[in-house]
Design a binder for this molecule. Sequence first.
Ligand SMILES: Nc1ncnc2c1ncn2[C@@H]1O[C@H](COP(=O)(O)OP(=O)(O)OP(=O)(O)O)[C@@H](O)[C@H]1O
Ligand SMILES: [Mg+2]
Length: 368
Amino acid sequence: MSPSDADASAADAGADASAAAGASAPARGSIRLEGIRKTFRRVRGAGEHTALDGIDLEIPGGSIFGVIGRSGAGKSTLLRTINLLAVPDSGRLVIDGEAVDGSRRSEVAGLRRRTSMIFQHFSLLASKTVWENVALPLKLAGVPTAEIDRRVADLVSLVGLADLAHAFPASLSGGQKQRVAIARALVHDPEILLSDEATSALDPETTRSILELIRRINRERGVTVVLITHEMSVVESVADAIAIVDAGRIIEQGPTWRIFSAPRHPVTAELVRSARHDSRSDIEASVAQLPPRAAHRYVARFDGTTPVDLGALAADARVLAGSIRPVQGHSQGYAVFESAAAAADVAERAARLGVVIEALDPPAPARA
Ligand SMILES: Nc1ncnc2c1ncn2[C@@H]1O[C@H](COP(=O)(O)OP(=O)(O)OP(=O)(O)O)[C@@H](O)[C@H]1O
Ligand SMILES: [Mg+2]
């Protein structure tokens, strides 16, 4: 390869990384699962339970990837195959383009350093301070004290706990404890951060701040994040792409905004509906107390690809309610509007403009 070829391919690699990570971080930390199967012997009774039933998955380096699914779907097992805490019965794990089969101890030790994990319950040592909890893995690895001090100071400040470095876990809130766990997970400068329901024990506001921190770590340090959760709302704000797992199989995957705007599998559709409260009956209920001021009431759906101009659907459109949020730059949601125009005309204009609308039942007029 000539120097100019090398430059060109380096530039391409950089462009790919920035497309995935939104920064100039290197595209390390890519993960590929090929035909992964994992069975467990049943605790009671005979036979086996198939937890993972042929998982094929490609997670680009530098991305945030969400794995969603109902309880018992196989999410934790899937995550644990990425650092070989769960050893697959068959299939291949490929990290950074290299197959890792766990046959050599040194290989597994190396993998565990490159893939850190955080959990719902933070598993901090109660008898050690924030600083000591973060420093411990480095001490155990025999890292020189000056280097430990430098790295712990950097991480404690990254997670916003510099003022609490000498506090003990018992005096911290849930969100602060998770910040300590995140700092500790980063001590070996991992390529991949595996998060197993890391926000499930936290209130919505704390959840948002932890997700914000995870996103910053991804963008600033180029760490690939695989985030598993049973809550669609958690992946909505941070994940570049999502896979939905059900009964040990991936039933759907794609960019987050696409999954939210057009779920293809009924299980996904149900997860999206329950996260957004935007089923027709939810919307009808939300505007039921508004007395009708025009003959017809509609909901227009915004999928983030088709522009929706309510005035072009009905010149007298009056908005009653709505919810629109950007997901990966695609503004999605709905608006409820009323109009006195003939229903057939509104339907015809919507069809022509490619806008999805549904006619809602107007609320029953109040009895005199
Ligand atoms: N060590 C194990 N021994 C036996 N069965 C297991 C083991 N780990 C998981 N399973 C079974 O495999 C299936 C998938 O479990 P897993 O923990 O991966 O699900 P999950 O999607 O993470 O669920 P949750 O949302 O409840 O955490 C379940 O039926 C579970 O009972
Ligand atoms: Mg789990």
